[in-house]
Design a protein around this ligand. Sequence first.
Ligand code: NAD
Length: 391
Amino acid sequence: MVIKPRIRGFICVTAHPEGCREHVREQMAYVQKQGVISGMPKKFLIIGSSTGYGLASRIVAAMGCRADSIGVFFERPEEAEHPASAGFYNARALDAYARAEGLLSESINGDAFSDAVKEEAIELIRRHLGQVEAIIYSLASPRRTDSRTGETYRSVLKPIGQPFHGKTVHTDKKEIGEIHLEPASETEIRETIRVMGGEDWRRWLEALRTAGVLARNIQTWAYSYIGPELTRPIYAEGTMGQAKRDLEETARCITDDLSGLDGRAFIVINKAVVTQASSAIPVVPLYMSILFRVMKQKGLHEDCIQQMDRLFREQLAQGEQALRDAEGRIRLDDWEMRLDVQEEVRKIWPQITTENLEELSDFAAYQQDFLKLFGFGFPYVDYEADIPLTH
Ligand code: NAD
């Protein structure tokens, strides 16, 4: 079938297999150009490895560290006359590229929150790796079913305590508009923490430790975001910020749990980039469009793959020398949060309208990045070709 982008609100419901492969190849080429990263673990488990930061992490692990990896994700496979989701194609492409380089690359497509998928991962680790040396937790999900209780929790992006009213861009219509969000209820706050907080991360580590598949000095890290004043009411001080606080506290608990193995858990604060998860957050796409313009002008712009390459190469490979903030977190948002960058963004923010959106922001690049997430807009891909679906 001929596959074209079909955008519904903040998501594209189609994905192009050749384009997704090209997206993975492009990211791999970036890492390979920077050279091999020494002093890093060689056996990775990456939870949430098919898109965004998790995919970029897995690409750096494989192509930079020359590491074997097992990836876990939850993606829709191809169905009759319907292409798979982008992450399905990304993972398939990466497995093929990594294996061609002689690396082990295995994938599990299933619900990472379930005990069954944790068991499956343990079996794969036993069979192929013996033990893992590094675990990356990069899930972004709107819901979680606790397989022990059968209860399903939903995460929401809402302010806490008071309503939020502000500017946003309707990305599909290219229009600046207003958004009004009522504060979250206590139940919504609690459920968002259950989905995006640290409980499941700790369960993974508990299951893997009990199964004896964690190597000595095991490292595990999870990704978080803080962001500027502009997004604070709906992010850092909203429901998601609460969940991220829980994730940070969990890092300390996991480090205690891993003391017998001299292992440690920590948080990496990344910068804002276009991913399926971030496109769904109100206000953030407009903030990113302005931010990208400012960061590009200053020569500071980074995408998922540049961020993850910098994390592995300049921070993690330095071991104890890695730069951490007062709370022990690695800060990859240092350039985004620079005073001069934020000052510029703050100046542009009140001036932006539908009419000057293209001129005052890099909305065009935001849209291109968004389409690339689904495998569209790559120059060497023939988008008129009839693609056989191989389900
Ligand atoms: P993403 O939407 O691109 O990726 C989410 C991943 O989680 C995918 O691989 C998906 O398959 C997987 N997933 C979702 N539900 C799952 C389930 N039930 N079982 C197994 N896999 C599941 O998101 P992202 O933006 O890369 O976010 C990853 C992490 O990075 C999140 O913790 C996010 O808060 C953090 N982060 C993102 C940004 C940003 O700007 N995008 C910035 C800083 C931190």
